[in-house]
Design a protein around this ligand. Structure first.
Ligand SMILES: [Zn+2]
Length: 567
C-alpha cells in the first residue's frame, strides 16, 4: 500500500511538471500529500499512467525490474525482511563529475537526477580524504549506493538506509583515483525514481599526531620475559599494533566487507615509546615494578599503583600491564576517558590498564585476545570513544557517532557477516568489525570517520598538551633547560660563534661555564676565578652548527640556556 501510493506520486511528479526535477529531498513526499488531499487528481493520474511511463523512460531502465517483494523495509520493528547483499557492478553510465577539492565544496551531476540502474563517475578522489556521498529522495523509496573503482572490480563502499530510506557514506578511499557511484533502488534493482546525488569534501587529512607512551609493567618478581614481567618484544609488538590500527595500516582492513571498509578511516595517530621522561632524562619508555601481590584489582590500581607510578598525563599516555585478580579477574582492560568524567578519576589515575596476556601480539599472549586489539579498544576510550552498541540492551543508546549502525548489544566472538539485529535489521547489519565492539581481536579492524572526529575533538581539547610533549624526542642526556631566565642572558642568539654571557647578579664566588651539544658532549668549559666584568665571552667558533646548552655553575647551583649556532 505504501509502495503503490508512492508509485502514483512519482508518476504525478513527472506528468504534472509542477515540481522541478532539481528540487531536493521532500518533493515527492509533498506530491504524495497533495494527492491525498485531492482524490480527483489521483484519478486523472491513473488514467494517464501509460503515457507518463513513456516520459519516465527518457532515462532509466523502466519499471520491468521493479519487484515489490524485494523491497526492504526500513522499519526497525520489522525483523522479517530479508538481508540483501552488496549491489553488483551492472549499471549504466549517466555522467562524470570531478571530485570537490576544497573542504565544504559540494558537487553533483547535472541535471541532478540519477535513476536506479545508473552510475556517476567521480574523477580524482584523493586517498585519505573524506567525502560525504549522499543520495537524496523521498523517504518512502529505498536507495542503495555502491562505490566501485572506475570500471568495476572489488567494491570499495556500500550503504543502504543510513539516513531513513536513503543512503549516505562518509567515504575515505584508501587509494586515490576515479570511482563509480552506482545508484540502485529497492534492493539492488533498477528503477525510475530520481535520486539527488551529492559529493562533498568533508576533510583533508591533518598532519599525523604522535603520542608518547610509557609502559609500566606490574609484575611479581618474575624474570624479564617470564609471566607477568612481559618482554620488551611483547611491549614493542603492542606499540606496533597501535601504530597500524590508528593509521589504517592493519592488513586485516581488507577483510572487512566493502559495506563497512568504505567508511573506515586513518585516524592519523601514532605512538612512540618515550625517549625522555617527564624530567628530560633518557628512557626506554618501559618501567618495571614489583607488586606486593601477584594479582591486582582496579582499586589497587586506582588508589595506589597508578598514582605512585604515573608519568605526567599531559605529556604521556600511561599504559599499565597487570594480572587482574578478583573481583576483576575477568577484566581484559579499562581506560579513563578525557576530562575525568567518572567518580574517582583524577590526573593520577589517567591512562589505560591491560591484562598482560592481552597486551601485544607476541610473547605471553592468550587467544582470542592475542592480537593487541584490547589496547586499541581501550586507547579508543582514552580518546573519548564510546562502545559501538551505546552501552544499552535495546536500540535507545548511542555511541554519539553518526556513521556507525545502531546496535543492540555487545558482539562476542567472531560473528559471520552480515549480522543483523533488532537495531540494524537490514544488510549490512551491525558493524562488529569496529574496534569499539567486543568481538575477538581477529575481527575488530576499523574506526569510522565519525569516531576519528570524536578522537580529534579530544586531541584538540582535553588532551591537547600531548601535542607539545617532548616525550618522543631523544633526551639531551640528562641536560634540561633551567627556566629561571633571570640568572643570566646570552646574546646574540642565534650566534655566529662569539657569545656574550651577561650575569644578572653580582657573583661573590667561582663560576664554571660549560657548553654541551645536544648529545650531551661537553664542547667548551671555562672557570672564572675572579669576576671583574659581568659580561663574559664564550667562543664557539669552529663548532658545527646546531643547538647547544650553556650551563653556569656556582655555589652548587646550576642554570642553563639554549643557544643556536648558525654560521
Ligand atoms: Zn570498552
Amino acid at each position: 500500500m505504501k509502495i503503490k501510493l508512492l508509485y502514483i506520486a512519482v508518476l504525478s511528479y513527472f506528468f504534472l511538471n509542477t515540481y522541478s526535477q532539481n528540487e531536493q529531498c521532500g518533493t515527492m513526499e509533498n506530491v504524495k500529500l497533495m494527492l491525498e488531499k485531492d482524490p480527483s487528481l489521483k484519478l486523472k493520474i491513473d488514467k494517464l499512467e501509460n503515457q507518463t511511463q513513456v516520459i519516465i523512460k527518457k532515462r532509466g531502465t523502466g519499471l520491468s525490474n521493479y519487484n515489490p517483494s524485494k523491497v526492504v523495509s526500513n522499519d526497525k520493528a520489522n525483523k522479517t525482511q530479508g538481508v540483501l547483499s552488496l549491489c553488483g557492478y551492472d549499471n549504466t553510465l549517466f555522467t562524470s563529475i570531478s571530485a570537490p577539492t576544497t573542504v565544504g565544496q559540494k558537487v553533483s551531476p547535472s541535471p541532478n537526477c540519477t535513476y536506479g540502474g545508473e552510475f556517476v563517475t567521480v574523477t580524482n578522489l584523493v586517498g585519505g580524504r573524506t567525502y560525504r556521498i549522499s543520495l537524496c529522495g523521498a523517504n518512502n523509496f529505498d536507495t542503495q549506493l555502491t562505490i566501485y573503482p572506475q570500471g568495476g572490480g572489488s567494491a570499495a563502499a556500500y550503504n543502504d538506509d543510513w539516513c531513513g530510506a536513503q543512503s549516505e557514506i562518509y567515504f575515505t578511499p584508501i587509494a586515490s583515483g576515479n570511482y563509480d557511484l552506482l545508484v540502485d533502488e529497492y534492493g539492488c534493482i533498477n528503477n525510475n525514481l530520481c535520486a539527488v546525488l551529492e559529493v562533498e569534501l568533508l576533510n583533508i587529512p591533518r598532519p599525523k599526531i604522535t603520542i608518547p607512551v610509557v609502559v609500566h609493567v606490574i609484575h611479581y618478581g618474575e624474570a624479564i620475559g617470564t609471566g607477568r614481567n612481559i618482554s620488551n618484544a611483547q611491549i614493542l609488538s603492542q606499540i606496533a599494533v597501535l601504530n597500524a590500527d590508528f593509521r589504517r595500516l592493519n592488513s586485516d582492513i581488507y577483510s572487512v566487507p566493502a559495506a563497512f571498509r568504505g567508511t573506515s578511516v586513518d585516524p592519523l595517530i601514532e605512538f612512540c615509546l618515550a625517549q625522555q621522561d617527564e624530567f628530560g632524562n633518557p628512557t626506554t619508555g618501559i618501567k618495571r615494578y614489583v607488586s606486593s601481590t601477584p594479582q591486582v584489582t582496579r582499586n589497587d590500581m586506582d588508589l595506589s599503583i597508578k598514582p605512585s607510578t604515573i608519568w605526567d598525563r599531559n605529556k604521556y599516555l600511561n599504559l599499565w600491564t597487570v594480572d587482574f585478580g578478583a573481583p576483576n579477574a575477568s577484566l581484559l582492560g579499562y581506560a579513563q576517558f578525557p576530562g575525568d568524567p567518572y567518580p574517582g578519576d583524577t590526573p593520577f589515575t589517567d591512562g589505560v590498564v591491560i591484562k598482560y596476556t592481552a597486551f601485544g601480539n607476541t610473547g605471553n599472549v592468550a587467544a582470542p585476545y592475542d592480537l593487541g586489539r584490547t589496547t586499541t579498544h581501550e586507547v579508543g576510550h582514552w580518546l573519548d570513544l564510546k562502545h559501538i552498541w551505546g552501552d544499552d540492551t535495546d536500540c535507545s543508546g548511542s555511541d554519539l557517532v553518526s556513521d556507525t549502525p545502531n546496535q543492540e548489544i555487545a558482539s562476542g566472538g567472531s560473528p559471520n557477516f552480515p549480522f543483523t539485529d533488532a537495531c540494524a535489521v537490514n544488510y549490512p547489519g551491525i558493524m562488529f568489525y569496529n574496534y569499539m565492539d567486543y568481538s575477538n581481536d581477529e575481527t575488530t579492524s576499523m574506526f569510522t570517520y565519525g569516531q576519528f572526529a570524536r578522537m580529534d575533538a579530544a586531541l584538540f581539547g582535553p588532551r591537547l598538551s600531548l601535542q607539545t610533549s617532548q616525550g618522543c624526542s631523544p633526551s639531551t642526556i640528562g641536560i634540561k633547560e633551567y627556566y629561571d631566565n633571570n640568572v643570566f642572558s646570552i646574546y646574540p642568539n642565534p650566534t655566529l660563534g662569539n657569545i656574550t654571557l651577561k650575569l644578572n647578579f653580582k657573583l661573590q664566588t667561582d663560576l664554571i661555564i660549560s657548553v654541551y651539544s645536544v648529545l650531551g658532549e661537553k664542547v667548551y668549559e671555562s672557570k672564572q676565578d675572579l669576576i671583574t666584568d659581568d659580561n663574559i665571552n664564550i667562543d664557539l667558533t669552529g663548532k658545527s652548527n646546531g643547538v647547544y646548552f650553556v650551563n653556569i655553575s656556582f655555589n652548587g647551583k646550576n642554570a642553563m640556556k639554549k643557544v643556536i649556532l648558525n654560521n
